[in-house]
Design a protein. Structure first.
Length: 247
């Protein structure tokens, strides 16, 4: 009697077509999980470094114009945030006494950009959640199908020996094992990337706060200059009135 090999590779080739398709699907899902992990880890690392550099530039900038100049070569969202604030300020140039309204409009725009960046950072992680949630059940389906096929073969051959049942059941259980191999790393990697993404989103929120600080600082300077101009104007008018009275 030829000995039966129970290595995973041999069990894969000896399994039925349905179980084999399930195993192939789970192997592809596992490969996709690790591919996403490597790609997203590299992407998030680069994003964090660019955000740190942009945060330092905005922290040292004294005006919004300087912030725009110092973040111009940065490929992160920092320059987009600064340009959005600058664009809104130019569009509101015909409303000089609406500082609070200008701040509100800039905040609304920056919030939408921040939300869009958060969605971009999360791109691809939804696949991991799907793999983690469905892989065990896909593997279980392969196991149930394989066991059902084994018992059907037993009934057809009228053999009740355990040696006849064992190979088919082992091949079926391999599908469940592959389902767990695909699901467990996917869940762990998804949680890891979610934490890394949350960290990047917090950095983007810090950039938004820095941009709003520059906007507020520029508006404060503008109001101060306008107030000084009014004082000079009032003093000139007062001198004219005194001169006219003396005459």
């Amino acid at each position: 009697m030829t000995p039966i090999s129970f290595s995973p590779w041999d069990m894969f080739f000896n399994a039925g077509p349905v179980v084999r398709c399930v195993m192939t699907l789970l192997a592809v899902a596992s490969l996709l999980t690790w591919t996403i992990f490597i790609a997203k880890s590299v992407e998030l690392l680069r994003v964090r470094l660019r955000l740190q550099k942009a945060e330092k530039a905005l922290e040292e900038a004294n005006t919004l114009d300087l912030g725009e100049e110092w973040t111009r070569g940065n490929s992160s969202i920092a320059h987009t945030l600064v340009m959005a604030a600058e664009t809104e300020r130019k569009r509101s140039a015909d409303i000089p006494d609406d500082s609070e309204g200008l701040k509100e409009r800039i905040v609304l725009h920056l919030e939408r950009l921040e939300a869009a960046e958060g969605r971009r950072l999360l791109r691809g992680t939804g696949v991991l959640a799907t793999i983690g949630a469905t892989s065990p059940f896909i593997g279980l389906f392969g196991t149930v199908w394989g066991i059902m096929t084994s018992f059907t073969g037993i009934a057809a051959s009228k053999a009740t020996s355990l040696a006849v049942v064992a190979p088919g059941i082992a091949e079926a259980l391999l599908a469940t094992a592959l389902g767990l191999v695909a699901a467990i790393p996917a869940v762990v990697i998804y949680n890891h990337l979610a934490r890394q993404t949350a960290s990047c989103r917090a950095q983007v929120a810090d950039l938004t706060a820095l941009v709003m600080r520059l906007v507020s600082r520029d508006l404060g300077r503008t109001q101060m200059l306008m107030a000084q101009g009014n004082i000079v104007l009032l003093a000139t008018q007062a001198r004219d009135v005194r001169a006219a009275a003396a005459e």
